[in-house]
Design a protein around this ligand. Structure first.
Ligand SMILES: [Ca+2]
Length: 300
């Protein structure tokens, strides 16, 4: 945008800024440093670029839509893919574990994953049996806006032959982000996990006391019936000290895998996973977030 202004017009703007009290010079600087722009989930190519997929994934040109209709299923692969949800909710700054099951006679070599409408898709290596249940994590960075999109998933074998395709509608819930964001998700329904952060001074941010005493931290989403997201965010960098992140099993009847993503200023600092038994006593100390001199690191 800057290039459309001539030097003369910039001088005029400077003069106007000085006449108006000089406040707009700082304002211009802040706009330039405001970080990445918001990604619209309806923009399939932008969302494809933004999507956080497991390490080792590669991206290729092409479409998986034919697999959903069945026309592209190879005769040499009789694998049936099922996903244990018919639709899911994800949030910016979080990662969602997709539970996948293969049944048939072809061992799984990977998962092909496409944002419907994009001309590209990811190939995610995944070694699994012909009849196996496993999960892959798919995440959204902090700057994805609210909306919806559809994922298409196909399993492929070592020869590249594909299973059926599954179409999975995704609703994007926009949650608080900022200088520091911690988001919890888990992979079972009818289960209530809780995200806790204890401030350096000892105050606990959680569903029972969603606002911190000293840090500006706030729990803005508490999910109580399954899979999350559950989210704590800090608009600005909290005071120096250690912020202890834990996950507590509150209610449910099955063990569950959790994922915690810690982001700072739009960057993912850590994606941490684990399993909690189905017990109200089950709790995991996930990480310490250390703020020192205004910089944020994660110890886990
Ligand atoms: Ca909860």
């Amino acid at each position: 945008m800057k290039s459309v202004f001539s030097k003369g017009s910039i001088l005029l703007l400077l003069a106007a800024a000085i006449l108006l009290g000089g406040c707009s010079l700082l304002g211009l600087d802040e706009e330039e440093d405001s970080g990445p722009s918001t990604v619209d989930p309806a923009d399939a190519e932008a969302l494809t670029d933004a999507l956080v997929v497991p390490s080792g994934a590669s991206i290729v040109d092409g479409s998986l839509s034919g697999y959903v209709s069945g026309s592209a299923v190879s005769g040499s692969n009789d694998t049936t893919l099922t996903v244990d949800s018919s639709s899911i909710t994800m949030a910016n700054g979080g990662s969602y574990a997709l539970n996948l099951t293969s049944s048939g006679s072809n061992a799984v070599a990977g998962v092909a994953l496409q944002v419907s409408g994009s001309g590209r898709y990811y190939q995610i290596p995944q070694s699994a049996g012909a009849n196996a249940t496993f999960s892959i994590n798919v995440g959204l960075p902090t700057n994805v806006g609210s909306g919806s999109f559809t994922l298409i998933l196909v399993l492929y074998d070592s020869s590249g032959s594909g299973s059926n395709g599954v179409s999975l509608p995704v609703t994007v819930e926009q949650v608080g982000t900022g200088a520091l964001q911690v988001q919890l998700t888990w992979n079972t329904d009818n289960t209530d996990l809780d995200l806790h952060i204890v401030e350096p001074g000892g105050d606990r941010i959680y569903y029972g006391d969603p606002e911190g005493d000293q840090s500006g931290g706030e729990l803005d989403v508490d999910d109580t019936n399954g899979r999350g997201p559950e989210n704590i965010f800090f608009d600005s960098t909290p005071p120096d000290g250690t912020y202890a992140v834990s996950v507590d099993y509150y209610y449910g009847s099955t063990s569950t895998d959790y994922t915690v993503v810690i982001s700072a200023g739009g960057d993912t600092l850590a994606t941490l996973t684990g399993t909690l038994a189905s017990s109200a006593a089950a709790e995991a100390n996930v990480a310490d977030i250390v703020v020192s001199g205004g910089s944020i690191t994660v110890n886990n």
